[in-house]
Design a protein around this ligand. Structure first.
Ligand code: GTP
Ligand code: SPV
Ligand code: MN
Length: 582
């Protein structure tokens, strides 16, 4: 091996002597390797083959019932100085973090195969891309990493060339919730995860590397690693604007990323191009604009609610080469989940005969893993090594009251405050209570690898790029009426809101100035063919002065909670708006 791979092989040796696997397998990402692993997992029961005529090469994986979501209370950022991790993270010193993890790893892979998985986050030839190596004892993780990242020989070659990579060590351990931790050592560019085989806990390229570790690196190197989708919107003139949008987990990123325009828009020539659905790395280009890449190569999407009405593009890509996790199955072995219009469940996500009253058939956080290239709206710009230039950044949350359908920030600093003030109802994507409103700045509460106060300062520092920066907006697709139903039809109709945003970018749409930002009047939105009562639309665009006075006071208290590190520029912005609200 070349000297650049020495560090890698020394690390692999040291992990093997700690975890004591039966064998070590270096993964090259080849079809043959993948077929062998799929075969193996069918023998062990890790994967169940689905209906071969309706869903060729599709598999179901059932997690341990206690291991079905991210575990924020067991996720730590380990920095020498506690303040660097910030009050937004659970913290341990690196010494204590390593000691706790290494005692769990001691002999944990006895009798198992240890897989060494080199991967690249981002197009393999992109200067914005970064490599990592995940060591894992889970073949399910290997199969998912192969879909979600550029995994295998090409990534190893890049590591050999560059010499640097993020080290991720993962073992499913005993899948015991009392022996489960996900720890990050940003200064060492390393991750240690134990006791979970699920999603963001185990596929270390995703939230652990591409957000927690990358956000730390991004801060020191002058870029941003964000929990955002990236989508291209092509107007009838053939011009494409790219938008990045940060919504918390299970709040609509995948759906917006592959939106299908309403019929009249389609006929007029609008098109939507999917670049990414969960993570966005962006940096200023030579022209001062922000350029974004999707570090991922696949989607790990929420199944429930995905239907031919809500997200036909997603449904279309789930009929071959997909892995389903914790969905139900029909009596003819097709995957099924709540909200899917066709079929009915025979066996639930835990493998039990489906009985009404036994809870949902599919787990609310059940997911699909599929290659991005399978999406009908996939664009080759997702492979552009330079990334796509952003015209707008959108923040949004799940708020049943108060927050209007859309508003525009006045400038970058105000936009940073809008992102920092985000709040959203919690979802099944993390263990814990669902439906509780919590602050989730930039949708990064579970994912910022350092102190939020420093993160806000880092965001503000981009303000120097001035009018080249994307315009910043906030949306809320989730307002509910007195009947408890969503007031806005959402999904494809969200393009109506995006059209207004892009006209604001081009300077061709009107808005009403309010203390919280610029809000469209009903007449500023294209409502042709939209099924909504005029009064509902008025309510969706209304700014409730008294409600916002309270909200802004709460935002002020929240930001002050970060103490001296909170940037004064952000507090000035908060006071300016609070004053205007009276
Ligand atoms: P993560 O993968 O967890 O980061 O989630 P995400 O942000 O990609 O969320 P996703 O698009 O998968 O949507 C989550 C849930 O919200 C699904 O059940 C969707 O059907 C639902 N949803 C998405 N967009 C809308 C919308 O515009 N309106 C309504 N009412 N529901 C939506
Ligand atoms: C999220 O929870 O935001 C996800 C799923 O995208 S996971 O990969 O589990 O983090
Ligand atoms: Mn996510």
């Amino acid at each position: 091996m070349s000297s650049n791979l020495d560090a890698l092989s020394r690390w692999v040796d040291s992990v093997a002597s700690l975890t004591k696997p039966r064998r070590i397998e270096w993964c090259d990402g080849s079809d043959a390797e993948n077929s062998r692993l799929l075969e193996l997992m069918q023998e062990t029961g890790d994967l169940i083959s689905l209906n071969d005529s309706t869903h060729p090469d599709c598999y179901l994986h059932r997690s341990h019932p206690s291991d079905v979501a991210r575990v924020e209370h067991l996720t730590f950022v380990c920095t020498p100085n506690r303040e660097d991790a910030g009050p937004n993270n659970h913290w341990l010193s690196p010494e204590d973090g390593h000691a706790r993890m290494d005692s769990l790893y001691d002999g944990c892979m006895r009798g198992r195969t240890m897989y060494v998985v080199p991967y690249c986050m981002g197009p393999i030839d992109s200067p914005l891309a970064r490599c990592g190596v995940e060591i894992t004892d889970s073949p399910y993780v290997v199969a998912n990493m192969r879909i979600m990242t550029r995994m295998g020989a090409a990534a190893l070659q890049r590591i050999e060339r560059e010499g640097t990579f993020v080290k991720g060590l993962h073992s499913i351990g005993e899948l015991d919730p009392d022996r489960r931790f996900i720890m990050h050592f940003p200064e060492e560019l390393s991750i240690k995860s134990y006791g979970s085989g699920y999603g963001g806990n185990a596929l270390l390229g995703k939230k652990c590397h591409a957000l927690r570790i990358a956000s730390w690196q991004a801060r020191t190197e002058g870029w941003l690693a964000e929990h955002m989708l990236i989508v291209g919107i092509e107007n009838p003139k053939g011009e494409t604007h790219y938008i990045a949008a940060a919504f918390p987990s299970a709040c609509g990123k995948t759906n917006l990323a592959m939106l299908i325009p309403p019929e009249a828009y389609r006929e007029a020539g609008w098109k939507v191009w999917t670049v990414g659905d969960d993570i966005c790395w962006m940096r200023p280009g030579a022209d001062g604009r922000l350029y974004a890449i999707n570090p991922e190569a696949g989607y790990f999407g929420v199944a429930p609610g995905t239907s031919s009405k809500t997200n036909p593009n997603a449904l279309a890509m789930l009929h071959k080469d997909a892995i389903f996790t914790n969905v139900a199955i029909t009596d003819d072995n097709q995957p099924w989940w709540e909200g899917l219009s066709e079929g009915s469940p025979a066996v639930d996500w835990q493998g039990r005969d489906y009985i009404k009253g036994n809870g949902p058939a599919a787990h609310p956080n059940s997911r699909f893993t599929v290659s991005a290239r399978h999406c009908p709206s996939y664009t080759i710009r997702a492979e552009d090594p330079q990334g796509v230039p952003l015209s707008a950044i959108v923040f949004g949350g799940r708020r049943e009251s108060l927050v209007p359908l859309v508003f525009e920030a006045r400038d970058w600093a105000h936009g940073v405050l809008v992102g920092a003030s985000m709040a959203s109802e919690t979802t099944a994507a993390a263990t814990g209570a669902v439906g509780v409103v919590r602050r989730d700045p930039m949708a990064m509460k579970p994912f910022a690898g350092y102190n939020f106060a420093d993160y806000f300062s880092h965001w503000l520092s981009f303000g120097d790029y001035g009018d080249k920066l994307p315009k910043v907006f906030h949306v809320n697709w989730f307002r509910k009426g007195a009947d408890g139903k969503f007031m806005w039809p959402g999904f494809g109709d969200n393009l109506r809101v995006i059209e207004w945003m892009l006209k604001r970018v081009e300077g061709s749409a009107d808005a009403m100035e309010t203390p919280i930002g610029n809000v469209p009047r009903a007449s500023d939105l294209n409502t042709d063919g939209l099924d909504i009562a005029p009064d509902a639309l008025r309510q969706l665009l209304h700014v409730d002065q008294e409600g916002w006075r309270q909200e802004m006071a709460a935002v002020g208290e929240y930001l002050e909670g970060y103490g001296d590190r909170t940037p004064s520029r952000l507090m000035e912005e908060q006071r300016r708006i609070a004053t205007r609200l009276g």
